[in-house]
Each structure stands twice: as C-alpha cells, then as structure tokens.
Design a protein around this ligand. Structure first.
Ligand code: ASP
Ligand code: MG
Length: 446
C-alpha cells in the first residue's frame, strides 16, 4: 500500500511526531462524507482502517460528516434565523464530524482494535479566528501521537479547529482534506490517503466526459491549477498545504481497491523516472460571472481605481480583458470574471463609485463557462494554445476571453456549450481512454 523507499524529510514549523518505532510507516487516511454516509459505509471504512493497521502501519483517520449532514445543519440554522452568528454556526457545523468520528471509533473497536476519536480542538488543530473559513496556523497533535504510541488508531474530526480565544472554527466547505494534510505534515506521515467516491483524479469530470482517463501520477502544481479552476477534486488549501510541506497525497476510492492517483510534490517528481504527459487534464467551471464596465476613461490610474473598488467589495477577480480604446472618444471597455457569489456585491460597489470612476455603463453576464487546460509540459511544448483554439473552432465554439499561466490556458465560452467544449478539447489532446467508462460510485466526488 505504501510506496517503497524512504519518505522525503518534511521540515516545517509544525510539531513533529516523536516516533517510538521509527520504522513503522504512518498513514493518514481521510474519508469523505459519501464514504461514511451510513452505518454500512462506516463499517466498511472501519474494516479498511483495521486492514491498514494490521498490514503494519500506524493509522490516523480524518472523517467528514456523514452524507449531507453539513447541508442539513445549514438548513436547520436557516430555519431558525436568516443571520446566524458565525460563532454559533461553526459550533453547529462541527457537530457533523463529531457524529461520524465517534461512530467510526465504535466500529473500529468492534473489530478489536483500540480507537479513540478527537475533535479538532482535542487534536490540536489551531486556526485563526475567521469563522467559516479559518486557516490552520499550527497543529499540536499530542493526544494523537499518544494514541498511536499506545498502539491505537486516532480518529480526528475534519474541517474544524480552535482559535486563540478557544472558539471553535470551521475551515470552509470541503475542509476535511486540509485537516488531513495538515495532520500528515505535523505527524511527519509517510502518506496522506484521501478516500472518496471516485477512483482517483481524472483527465476531466467523468460526468461530462465519459471517456475521461484516470490519472496515475500528477504533480501537486498541476493539481493546484486544476483545483483552482473548477476541478472538484480536493480542497484547494489542502493541495497548497501538501505542496508547502511536501506531503504526498494518494487519492483513492473507498469503494474499490483500485490504485488511485498519486499527487507528487515537485522534488519527488524531478527525480522520478516517470515520463510526464504534456497535458494533465481539462477543468471546467460554471460558477463564474462576467462584469463589463463600458466607457471607462482610457487614462493612467483608471484600472487601479476600478480594481481597488472591486477588491474592497471582496471579489476575487480571475480574468481581465481591456479592449483597445476608441481614439475618437478616449474611452475603453474592461471585462473581468469573478465568482458569481461576489457578482451582486461587486456591481453595487461599482455603481456606488460610478461618479468617481467615470464609466458609462455596467453589464453583468452569469451565463459564462470557463475551460482550463492544465499541464506542466506546456512549458517546453509550443503549439498547445493553437491546438486548443483549433479544437474549439472545429467544434464551432466561440471564445470570449483567454488567460494563461505557465502551465494553464483558460478560455471563457457561453455556459451552454461548455460541456461540448470540454469534450472537444479532451479528444483533441488525445486524453480519451479506450477502456471502460469511469465509475462514479456516489456521484459527489467527495
Ligand atoms: N463536512 C464539511 C462539508 O461538507 C467538510 C468536508 O466534508 O470536508 O463541507
Ligand atoms: Mg454561471
């Protein structure tokens, strides 16, 4: 189950485990909501944990809340008030993970293995005070280390921590991945296994591209780009954390024994003999909107003023396009994309600053889709963008905006042709698998 060879040393400000048996590998296993959805699922997870332990590993488990529990808790809060205090909402939401951790501990004990569950606070997950989206600032997993030393399995509630003021915090939706990676870093684990309801990472979302291929190995850099541009694979923060602390992640299905996907940190990739494909995959994102500011004076400082207003509205801008200004009027149009969730607040802030910014009109378009092609091989292979644009042209799809990074090309299209665009690009870059269709067990990818 573990890779052969020594794990690279991971240094960091986090506390390091005092290993009683330095030769016993430590595995952190994270199980998503669909993997612990009911009693049967929890027993299946217990069995897998015990098997890993009996194979000669120390095991620390991180769990998400059962099935849709977090959504149900949010609905409950909404039925009491429209404006829940964020502190109370966080306490409420962390209850979900506490249920699954205790049940899993019971199920593991039932199989004759010592198991103890811990809340984020008990596990020493320290965060800042940003309720609902807290960042982990340190991990002091003393009780976890002690449980391991006693020969037991420690089970930790994902997605939660405690602030300096001892208030319970949550890490944002999907945050259990980040808990798992942070614990793996703090405990100097050999691997962080993320169990989900798909067989691993795919070259595209199998629900859109049935011929998507499962990825065997990918760099954390590529994973970061895919996750940041809509691929619902892992919590973005978890990948950033894994990159920073060099934690190898192994994404696997809890419903099968398939080999899954290894996310390598870059130092590992460099000395690996794997032949890197040029393209890792195609991500898509339907959650963005586009604001066009019409008739902006084309003078120095206009963009600075405009995007200061946007930033103060809290919007995370992705792509920006400025048109050539008309010589006659000295005016230009600026378009940018942002999360739809930030759309209305940003429009309101721009309207409020209209006199100062001096634009003529504002347009908002939430019917856009974004396709992103990602691959570390783009650095050394010219012609990738030409091929991408050619594939979209052949499919009769119009490109509205383009942006690039060193290893990514993104295009904006109409939302209704996005799926078709993803399929066309996937095929053009020879990513289609000839094998059986990808299996999606639960269908959430978590
Ligand atoms: N239960 C939380 C959520 O649904 C955290 C997680 O699943 O990672 O977002
Ligand atoms: Mg949309």
């Amino acid at each position: 189950m573990l890779r052969s060879g020594a794990a690279p040393h991971r240094a960091g400000p986090l506390c390091s485990r005092q290993r009683k048996h330095p030769h016993v590998p430590l595995v952190v296993q994270k199980f998503g909501g669909s993997s612990v959805a009911d009693a049967t699922a929890i027993k299946r997870v217990a069995k897998r944990v015990v098997e890993t332990k009996e194979a000669g590993n120390d095991v620390v488990v991180v769990v998400s809340a059962m099935g849709d529990t977090t959504d149900e808790l949010l609905d409950l809060a909404a039925s009491v008030t429209d404006t829940p205090a964020e502190r109370e909402l966080d306490i409420l939401l962390t209850a979900g993970e506490r249920i699954s951790m205790a049940l899993l501990a019971m199920a593991i004990s039932e199989l004759g293995v010592l198991a103890r569950s811990y809340t984020g606070q008990q596990a020493g997950v320290l965060t800042d005070a940003a309720h609902g989206k807290a960042s982990i600032v340190g991990v002091v997993p003393e009780r976890i280390a002690r449980t391991i030393q006693e020969g037991g399995v420690a089970i930790v509630a994902g997605f939660q921590g405690v602030s300096e003021t001892m208030d319970v915090t949550t890490l944002g939706r999907g945050g259990s991945d980040t808990t798992a990676v942070a614990l793996a870093a703090a405990l100097d684990a050999d691997v962080c296994e993320i169990y989900t309801d798909v067989d691993g990472l795919f070259t595209a979302d199998p629900r859109i591209v049935p011929t998507a291929r499962q990825i065997t190995e990918i760099t954390s850099e590529e994973t970061l780009e895919l996750a940041a541009h809509g691929a619902k694979i892992l919590h973005l923060r978890a990948v950033e954390y894994a990159r920073r602390y060099r934690v190898p992640i192994h994404v696997r299905s809890s419903f099968s024994d398939k080999p899954g996907t290894w996310i390598r940190t870059d130092s590992e990739t460099e000395d690996s003999s794997m032949e890197e494909p040029i393209i890792a995959g195609v991500a898509h994102d339907r959650s963005q909107g586009k604001i066009t500011v019409i008739g902006v004076p084309d003078v120095p400082g206009a963009a600075a003023r405009l995007f200061t207003v946007v930033a103060e509205a809290g919007a995370n801008v992705d792509m920006i396009v400025q048109n050539v200004s008309s010589e006659a009027t000295g005016l230009t149009d600026i378009s940018f994309t942002l999360p739809e969730a930030d759309g209305q607040a940003t429009l309101a802030a721009l309207r409020a600053a209209a006199a100062d910014l001096g634009f003529a009109d504002l347009r908002y378009d939430d019917q856009i889709g974004k396709l992103s092609l990602v691959g570390a091989g783009m650095r050394s292979h010219p012609g990738v963008s030409a091929k991408l644009f050619g594939a979209l042209f052949d499919a009769g799809i119009n490109i509205e905006m383009i942006s690039t990074s060193e290893i990514r090309i993104s295009v904006v299209t109409r939302a209704e042709v996005l799926d078709e665009a993803v399929r066309a690009v996937h095929t053009a870059f020879d990513l289609d698998s000839s094998e059986a269709e990808a299996v999606v067990y639960g269908g959430t990818g978590r």
